[in-house]
Design a protein around this ligand. Structure first.
Ligand code: PEP
Ligand code: MG
Length: 566
């Protein structure tokens, strides 16, 4: 035990913590620096094709065996990359030009990676998958071992970055935490750690320098990795772990200590998500990101195809509420069939609801499919609300509401995620039955900071006063109009922020299902009056850090021990 434990700061995912020894994932196999030009071009091309096919088969087998649906889906996507004929063709051409097969696949992958990175958003995040395909192919071609780590005891896995394929090669029963030097809060590593309920810190610079076996405390709540932690740090994390485990026992509806109800809802993206999270106690779905269903589709989905998926979701949540968001295509969520050419700034382009300008049938078909699903599920389905993303003006809200109502969808709303909509929330609310704050995009557009850029994480801090002011303004407009105002961005799943949002007048909080127990506990530990004081304190703070600190000051002692990392 050292007196001053070394701390590596990164970005935490969730609020769990763990203390365990480090196991570092071995670096990728090296591409031989002086690989000779092949004597037999056809044979070298054949060896590469065989290696790509074997890697594809292996990834598909792991996708089938994956116990966790998200992991299975991302592995299947990586397998698709290994089977991409364009990649094989490009590498084959490089072999014909005199490159050895390992050099050729390396160069072809880097060319593809550069294109993905230039597109940005989720495509850029796929670069990790692409390079992991390359590593596996190179390992096969050169007889080196595949990247990975053999776990012998419960360990914190440390890696530069962790692709889904790397994750699937781990013995998950022995992984108790994940730390990566790269990746961001929205990277695959973060998503998978969240789904597996593992403590995780990303962007922890220097972590791969830790020797195997070093004891570390991974604290997701504070985003810190404490090297050789002292006893007090270990004891605090253990107490938090026990308290968090106990919270999961509570299945009550969301309410403050004095009984002020706040609906606790889940965010979903697929039918599998819906069927799994329907088992978790919640009051329904606050955000169904329908574009996630069609990320791989090359043509627009038919009404029938959509209705089938929506009906299954409505049935999974029978007796509860499901808020469906119409397709939010564009920028960080590109859909092949809704691509807008020639835009220099897709985040500010024709995306989300604005697609009604260029592809009006998309919205019409989706509303028709939702109406069909609602009719088919009937009494055995959920109560259906529908909302449009990326709405900027009251006129857009009015047009969407009219379209939804005429399709037979009685409860239309819109997302408030553009500052313009938040500033005019009273007028937007006059046109629709509810609004839902998308704090991820609201922060991006208020702070003019790309939400996927880890290096701007400080500006994107959900506690930034300017973002809080817009949220408060929207919530106040909802209270004045007597209409529901939800939050479905990541802010809703932060238990401290959930208290602030409740104090501002927000009526529902929608989050990934893993965050529900802590948010439920935070609410039931405080009265509405305390929440209002917290909201006032956060709004009065000069910056994000002090806003959060001011809320921690007002926490009840037990809640402070469980929820607030020092
Ligand atoms: C948001 O922007 O906060 C939101 C919930 O939508 P998405 O993250 O899907 O853009
Ligand atoms: Mg959004």
């Amino acid at each position: 035990m050292t007196e001053n434990p070394r701390i590596i700061a990164g970005i935490g995912v969730g609020s769990r913590g763990v203390v365990a020894p480090v196991a570092t994932v071995s670096p990728p196999p090296a591409v031989p620096a002086d690989e000779p030009a092949p004597d037999d071009v056809a044979a070298a091309q054949g060896a590469l094709t065989d290696a790509l096919a074997a890697v594809r088969e292996d990834l598909l087998a792991r996708a089938d065996a994956a116990a966790e649906p998200t992991l299975g889906e991302v592995l299947a996507a990586a397998a698709q990359m290994a089977g991409d004929p364009a990649l094989a063709q490009r590498a084959g051409a490089l072999i014909a030009d005199g490159s050895g097969p390992a050099t050729a696949i390396d160069a072809a992958v880097e060319e593809f990676a550069a294109t993905f990175e230039a597109i940005g958003g989720p495509m850029a995040e796929r670069v990790t998958d692409l390079r992991s395909v390359r590593d596996r192919v190179v390992a096969r071609l050169t007889g080196q071992s595949e990247p990975g780590v053999e776990l012998r005891e419960p360990s914190v896995v440390v890696a530069r970055d962790l692709s889904p394929a790397d994750t699937s090669a781990l013995d998950l029963a022995l992984v108790v935490g994940i730390v990566t030097e790269e990746g961001g809060p929205t990277s695959h590593t973060a998503i998978i750690a969240g789904q597996l309920g593992l403590p995780c810190v990303v962007r922890a610079e220097g972590a791969t320098g830790l020797a195997d076996g070093t004891i570390v405390a991974v604290d997701s709540a504070s985003g810190r990795v404490v090297v050789s932690p002292d006893e007090a740090t270990v004891a605090a994390l253990e107490r938090r772990g026990e308290a968090l485990a106990a919270l999961a026992e509570d299945t009550a509806d969301g309410a403050t200590a004095d009984g002020h109800g706040v609906d606790l809802l889940v965010n979903i993206g697929t039918v599998a998500d819906a069927e799994r999270s329907a088992q978790v106690p919640s009051q329904g779905v606050g955000l169904f990101r329908t574009e996630v269903l069609f990320l791989e589709a090359t043509t627009a989905p038919t009404v029938e195809e959509q209705a089938e998926a929506y009906e299954r979701v409505l049935r999974a949540f029978a007796g509860r509420k499901v808020v469906v968001r119409t397709l939010d295509a564009g920028a960080d969520k590109p859909l092949a069939f809704a691509q807008q050419d020639g835009e220099e700034n897709p985040a500010l382009g024709v995306r989300g609801y604005r697609l009604v300008r260029t592809l009006p049938d998309l919205l019409a078909d989706q509303l028709a499919a939702l109406a069909l699903a609602k009719e088919r599920a009937g009494e055995d389905g959920a109560t259906l609300w529908v909302m449009a993303p990326m709405v900027s003006t009251p006129a857009e809200a009015a047009d969407f509401a009219a379209a939804a109502r005429s399709a037979g969808l009685a409860t239309p709303g819109v997302m408030v995620e553009v500052p313009a909509a938040a500033l005019r929330a009273d007028r937007v609310l006059a046109e629709v039955d509810f609004v839902s704050l998308g704090t991820n995009d609201l922060a991006q557009y208020t702070m003019a900071s790309d939400r996927l850029l880890g290096s701007l994480a400080d500006l994107l801090d959900r506690w930034q006063p300017a973002v809080l002011e817009l949220v408060a303004r929207t919530a106040a407009a909802g209270t004045a109009a007597g209409r529901p105002v939800g939050v479905c961005g990541e802010s809703a799943g932060d238990p401290l922020m959930a208290l602030v949002l409740t104090g501002m007048g927000v009526t529902s909080l929608s989050m990934s299902d893993g965050s529900l127990p802590e948010v439920r506990f935070a609410l039931r530990s405080h009265t509405l009056d305390t929440c209002e004081q917290m909201a006032a304190a956060a709004l009065a703070a000069p910056d994000g850090g002090s806003a959060r600190a001011a809320v921690i000051e007002l926490l009840d002692d037990e809640a402070k021990a469980v929820l607030a990392a020092e």
